[in-house]
Design a protein around this ligand. Sequence first.
Ligand code: ADP
Ligand code: MG
Length: 540
Amino acid sequence: MNFSDFSLSKALLKGIGDKGFTSPSPIQEEALGPILEGQDLVGQAQTGTGKTAAFGLPLLEKTSKKKQVQGLVLCPTRELSIQVARELEDLGKYKKGVRVLAVYGGAPIGKQIQALREGAQIIVGTPGRVMDHLRRGTLNFSALKMVVLDEADEMFDMGFREDMKTILDQTPKKRQTCFFSATLGQEIREFSKLYQKNPHWVKIQKKDLTVEGIDQYYLEMEAKMKTEVLSRLLDLEDPRLAMVFCNTKRQVDRLTRDLTRRGYHADGLHGDLKQTQRDNVMNKFRQGTVEVLVATDVAARGLDVGAVDMVVNYDLPQDQEAYVHRIGRTGRAGKTGQAFSFVVGRDIYHLEEIMAYTKAHIEGRDLPTLKEVEAGIQERTLRELGRVLKDNQLDQEIQSLAPLLKREDPSRVAAALLVLYGQKNQETHHQALDRVDYGKPFRSTSRRKKSGKTPHERTSGAPKLWINRGRLDGINPKVVLAALHSEAGIPKNQVGNILIKEGHTLVDLPPRLLKESVKKLNGKKIRGQRVRVDLFKGKN
Ligand code: ADP
Ligand code: MG
């Protein structure tokens, strides 16, 4: 299929051509037609699949030069608003007289008000700031034709639900309404009922969602080894741009600091940073002066950071979808990428579940030894030397070395330069991992050998504790552990893997404790919500 198969104007086709898009992505193929025809739509597809153009092209197509706000796109964060606005500007650059304006918090509102007065037809913004403009009367929706919720699930997760309602309630009844999201939860369904008319549902299947062209590995280690192993991987694989995911903001800060101390150009991204700091990071990122971006899921969702060639799950993600989102950052557009997941202790069970869910093979890898890292660096240095020799005349350099070369053997001079280069550049920062560097490769497979089964076989077959609340109810491992402890007297160290799904939770417990725990926990409250608890047998 071609973009020219859709009823898009010449100007837009030209913009698409300039962006280098040759054919529509799956979500675009499915969504462009219905949205162009004026239908409401709910579109689900993974990050990086081209959702912006899927709604952006029809939105631009339907927007006229008239100086009224005709399109509204709500996005969860400032970065995403800017990113979406840019993409729309790019695609619409030959459409004269149509202006796209991003409005978001953390920036002076005066400038935005001024820009609104000058007349923008498409507004892209965060719910909070859009509300602000509505209250001030600086935004007028009377001519609005289309509303898009982009990354709708994320906006719900961030607590924008009421703002989104207020905004939608202030838009004209006669409008087109499109929701885009990476996942389709309960809240989107509810919003769809409330705000859409006969919506067309487009779902890009999981199969297309993942992970072809990405080499996936896991490395088992002790928690305290993580930073050292990460820095070895960075040196060994030498990615141009790596994205490293942590599960908490504190960990992002800590790791960013540690990597910087070790001499990497690392930067961190999470929700608690001031806007100026976040802007700073994103700018450095776009200019390519960052080689490692450390982030939480929330901070990274939907951000289009371009060519990431390595993704590291420094902490294994809490749920399987997050895994797909994270590693989907690499291996884009036919390029191959690498994904490494760090596995500590019980994480291995979780990893097995991720494998079952993604149907992907994640290959176990030994921790890199210092020797391997050194060999890798050596190989790279030689390669780079070869390139310098090939690309440069080097007359001046030879001249400046001349006095030395009279006295010394040229190969010793070259070797000495290598020493200098090594000192300047790298790798004095590694610490020994005793077990890895001087003992046997690290492997915590003893548990598996004992039972003769893989962890997955062991967990998925065994009965579990089932709780009728899940992620959407605000359940997290901590509250589950706390409830098991206080209601059923079960100590933390007896609790196995806790698998939190959208609407329910499964907990691995020793068989002897299961029945008792069901009885004691059933009908009690977790996070203020009464829970139903049962035995769960069979596959997840
Ligand atoms: P999503 O919103 O689904 O996460 P984006 O709309 O941000 O994805 O698109 C991800 C990247 O893919 C962007 O850099 C975008 O320019 C690019 N892209 C979108 N559509 C196409 C296409 N049809 N062909 C090639 N690249 C595309
Ligand atoms: Mg997007």
